[in-house]
Design a protein around this ligand. Structure first.
Ligand code: DC
Length: 213
């Protein structure tokens, strides 16, 4: 079973995806970490994030064993990731790794921006997880404050809006809800409620597929 989960930054998709993967005993791929790692490596080499060829070369040399590097989680790397993610050349290199991951015989849970639309258009279940930009900014603000970073909630909201605009309006594989994806709005849900709602949507989608087959 392949479960594709897309949505904007701080929508809760990553946490929901991890819990869904544990629930069904499936491997989980956080594809945002791939773009973050490419951005980290491009910056570390002193290269220009806006240059498609050098960013694609970094993607080609990516060591996927470094995807749990805590340095990938900073706001700066998230911002840089959304710059390298605009390049079709980078996306083409990372597409192969993501498709190979999806070929796992038992299936996989994969989250990102273009999983249901481009990477796994034939996924068994597609979820589009979202929340209002104010709520997403509030969550990110609390996380940043928790980790000792001083920033105003207005600044976080401006960053979130900026990143949304970049991810939604780029030419290469923009963030959008696939036509056959179920929408999960987590604005008024805590993480347990979001997880339960996701499981209900997955079970409903699998039930329908079973009836159709
Ligand atoms: O989900 P995240 O915040 O870790 O993603 C970081 C950036 O990577 C995000 O701004 C857009 C990009 N991204 C993408 O373009 N396609 C994906 N499948 C995943 C992430």
């Amino acid at each position: 079973m392949i479960i594709a989960i897309d949505g904007p930054a701080a929508s809760g998709k990553g946490t929901v995806a991890k819990r869904i993967a544990a629930h069904y005993g499936l491997p989980h791929l956080d594809t945002g970490a791939l773009y973050r790692a490419v951005a980290r490596d491009t910056v570390a080499r002193g290269d220009d994030l806006t240059d498609p060829a050098v960013a694609a070369a970094a993607a080609g040399h990516l060591d996927v064993d470094t995807l749990d590097d805590p340095a990938l989680r900073t706001a700066g790397v998230g911002e840089a990731a959304s710059i390298v993610a605009r390049h079709g050349e980078v996306r083409a290199v990372l597409l192969e790794y993501q498709r190979r991951f999806a070929k796992n015989p038992a299936g996989a849970v994969i989250d990102g921006r273009d999983i249901g639309t481009v990477i796994c258009p034939d996924a068994d279940v597609k979820l589009f997880v979202t929340a209002s930009s104010e709520e997403r900014a509030h969550r990110r603000y609390l996380e940043l404050r928790e980790s000792g970073i001083r920033i105003s909630e207005d600044e976080v909201l401006a960053d979130i809006r900026n990143r949304d605009a970049r991810d939604r309006t780029r030419e290469a594989s923009p963030l959008r809800q696939a036509e056959d994806a179920a929408l999960l709005d987590t604005t008024n849900l805590d993480i347990d409620a979001a997880f339960r709602a996701a499981i209900d949507l997955i079970e409903a989608a699998m039930g329908q597929a079973g009836q159709a087959g």
